[in-house]
Design a protein around this ligand. Structure first.
Ligand code: AMP
Length: 218
């Protein structure tokens, strides 16, 4: 699983890691955005909470995650868990869902808050496929996604007030997870400053070091 402040590059690195290890990328943020897109009653409520930068309730999140982890692809080869757990309570519930040893590693991508704030304010995403861009590296044509042709916009929860709230919640509710996984000997910290390829290499190196020490070659 991958931890880190919002804007630390978690999502991008999780997609790349899932390709590298050929395992599913399970992102609670993506699942919630899917619910919003469906326009269901639940989606309308979820959108309100997400746009304000607040966290959704632990029970809703864990119901979604439990269902997804039970699917055959996740059971067969493992998975990259992105955006969950976000609270100690969720971490306990994830541990209860899995067998001991199912979590190889919790990777904390470390990026200073000042840099994260800059990245989030400049981030733009495709509304259809979720591809990431920035003000400094926009799509080739007029905010139209290079990958799928969708519209590229600023996420509502990347607006200034929501960013502030999300970072506040990160410090209060998510940062304690670093201690949680460190005490269990499952944490590795990776420097998240640098080009995405460089950070990916650091994460893979840390993961491989850990697997070698544990003698795991899944
Ligand atoms: P992300 O794409 O991971 O940054 O998540 C976007 C938003 O979805 C968050 O700011 C929360 O509102 C909500 N969210 C995602 N994952 C969780 C979670 N594990 N617990 C509670 N809320 C979540």
């Amino acid at each position: 699983m991958v931890l880190g402040k919002q804007g630390a590059g978690k999502g991008t690195q999780c997609v790349r890691l899932s390709h590298h290890y050929v395992v599913p990328h399970i992102s609670t943020g993506d699942m919630l955005r899917g619910a919003v897109k469906s326009g269901s009653d639940l989606g309308v409520k979820v959108k309100e909470v997400m746009d304000s930068g607040e966290l959704l309730g632990d029970d809703l999140i864990m119901e979604m995650v439990a269902e997804r982890l039970a699917e055959p692809d996740a059971r067969a080869r493992g998975f990259i868990l992105d955006g969950c757990p976000r609270t100690t309570h969720q971490a306990e519930m994830v541990a209860a869902l899995l067998n001991p040893g199912d979590i190889d590693l919790a990777v904390d991508i470390e990026v200073p808050t000042s840099q994260v704030l800059r990245r989030l304010a400049a981030r733009r995403v495709c509304v259809d496929c979720g591809a990431n861009y920035s003000v400094a590296a926009p799509p080739r044509v007029n905010w139209t996604c290079d990958v799928c042709g969708g519209e590229v916009v600023q996420r509502d929860d990347d607006k200034e007030e929501a960013i502030r709230r999300r970072l506040e919640l990160y410090e209060r509710q998510t940062a304690p997870l670093i201690d949680f996984y460190e005490k269990r000997g499952q944490l590795t910290k990776v420097n998240g400053v640098g080009a995405p390829d460089t950070v990916l290499r650091r994460i893979i190196r840390a993961t491989e070091d850990r697997r070698q020490r544990w003698g795991r070659h899944r």
